[in-house]
Design a protein around this ligand. Sequence first.
Ligand code: GDG
Length: 513
Amino acid sequence: MRRRPVDLPDVPVVVVSHRGPVSFRREADGTRSVRRGAGGLVTALAGLGRHLPDAVWVCAAATEEDATVAREHGGRALTVAFDPHPRVVGPSDDAEDTLQVRLVEVDPERHADFYGVVANPLLWFVQHNLFGLATAPSFTERDHDAFRKGYAAVNEQFADAVATEVEDREGRALVLVHDYHFYLVPELVRRRCPNAVITHFVHIPWPGPSAWRILPREMRGRLLTGLLGNDVVAFHTEGFARNFLLCAQEILGLPVDLAAMTVDAGDRRIEVKHYPISIDVAAFRALAATPAVEDHVRQLREDLAGSGCRLVVRVDRTDPSKNIVRGFRAFGLMLEQHPELVGQVTFLALLQPSRLDIPEYTDYLARIGAEVALVNARHARSGHRPIDLRLEDNLPLAVASYRLADVLVVNALADGMNLVAKEAVVVSERDLVLALSENTGAHQELGAFAVTLHPFDVQQQADAMYAALTMPSARRAEQCRAAARVVEENDVGKWLRAQLADVAPLLAADPSR
Ligand code: GDG
């Protein structure tokens, strides 16, 4: 019998997220391969499936081979074993550590509207405050259409898949919905499965009502109403949770209790909570000690030894919310104002190209390249480039750079949490100084042990980078250790257990729900 992570009543669990725990591929030799899904959310939730018998994970078929596998299983869930590596197993296999996975195949045109018109360029932009409102957004019939025929239709398709899984479990289940792709799912599932307990975790910031008023009335109303189908709506920080209640109050006119953190919708009371997500510290340290990471550490040490350089690092997707261009501008300004540092410090920027099917993201990538060229042209010295920009998906290299960084720059405009900051402090070998934006969820936990960055003030960021690079070593050691302790004490297990402990009474309270 598998161990349950908390004393959770014996209720099946249905997890819903856009990205899934596994992905299939057709290799050049014609064989089918399966790998673990990437990303923080998948890693955080993988443990859940391992500990809960009967858990099923509903996710999008992300590759062509995923879609083929989904069809082969008639659209129903398949069983995947994870240990020692992911593989599909049948009923006669005696595998432990298994999870049901239901891959939902979405029509490509519908998915393009859902993902490439609504979820990323619209909801992500509203929630990270990325619009320059004088010119954007500017809604046309195309956007309204994409909302109805893309976002809403995909949400309906997922709600149908989830409800079918819940009905297969006699209508009683704990449904854990994740992120901004599925705000309409909870209400749709509740209509069909009134006895389910439904929770939603939003991984990105939740701004106040004025930001949501950028969206047309119909869209913002439907998104909020969809979320109110949950029993619990959860965020990384208390501020985001409060903003959600203010939206329910001001946009929908519902009664909210800001002390109890609840909102009433009809005869139901919805709890609004916050749980800061984190990392699996032991697993991350084990990753940092693998040969692949060691190889990169060796290579980076050699590169740096040549120039005797101090190392500033950033690791991000090329997302406008990460504020990469202003970060480089601030670094250039610091070099201008402290010329003695020129040739003495390298800014290693490991950036993973992201969402390049969206014009705003390709434009942003071009701006990143232009800013790097400018700083490097101005401050290059015989063979030394101040900014070493690497556009690649290379997690072992990222982890190696955490180990060797003197300063880690996280200057995001807005970030739900930011796991990079948490990962770097637990594997640092050089007592890195965390230069951390005040607009990240992580700043709530780690700000006391960081140099705070104001994301829009380039001069302040330049001064802060200088302060970080010149901080006395005793203080660096003290701060880095304190930050690591905070992450050790608040790891991803705590994030998960706190949520399950909070829903346990809901599941136990009314067995006929
Ligand atoms: C969203 C929210 C919230 C780094 N380089 C590579 C790579 N990484 C990993 C890091 C880290 C993850 O990617 C990035 O996580 P973040 O939290 O920093 O940022 P988002 O991707 O924007 O995540 C964020 C998070 O969800 C969880 O709720 O914290 O606020 O925006 O784990 O180590 N991964 C791969 N290749 C790399 O080169 N595959």
